[in-house]
Design a protein. Sequence first.
Length: 280
Amino acid sequence: MSRTWFITGTSSGFGRLLTEQALERGDRVAATLRRPEALDDLVERFGDRLWVARMDVTDAGRVREVVDRAFRELGTVDVVVNNAGRGISASVEEATDEQIREIVETNLLGSIHVVRAVLPQLRAQGHGRIVQISTAGGQTTYPSFGYYHAAKWGVEGFCETAAREIAPFGIGLTIVQPGATPTGFAGALVTAPEMPEYAVSPAGEVRRALAAGDFPLPNDPDKIVRAVLDLVDSGEVPLRLPLGEDTYHDVRASLVARLAEHDAHRATALSVARSDQPPA
């Protein structure tokens, strides 16, 4: 069964790989990116099965325009993949206001713009899947990635809420959490001038590992894309799909620690209940 995909951020990384693999198996893809010429080779290979549009996810008006045109010209879209994003490596004190705004606008607001734009179309057709590409850093944290985490934790909260709201319309939503993977993402990270105070700190250690190419990237990008395709083919709609040994172990450790801390404050939490209410 062939499908039609709408994928953002297709110039490189997971977006490019997913576009290519979906086309190779006979599907149609509406690919959006800021530089459409980056897909000229795929247009030559796959012809009219690849629909390309220039789009910056931070421009809400343009997102609505491109989404509406894609549905109008393609007739239906089965899977929407929210993949466009940017990364930043800097301590919370080092990043500039402009850098913080760019990361939040792309990773958080950009994803929200796409979901809001596609929902009327998906509701009208009565079915569809949204795949939100997140990261292990949407549920755990690493030094030097505070603003990336802020955006990804935010988008996961948004998507978890949206998933519950849209399920009655036959629309599924899954948050996919790849671990560290050699997609070129690390090399494209936004950075800020290092403050000497952070040279000997967890943030400084991560910065040096990235600069030296010593930051571990244990996952296979093709296998991650294959897992996304398999997920869609299976018809299953988990809320989250962790992909990578690092994702699995790091997120699990974070959840266990959070639960332990949560439970440690049970007595205090319950102590502030109103006295005229029955006990929880």
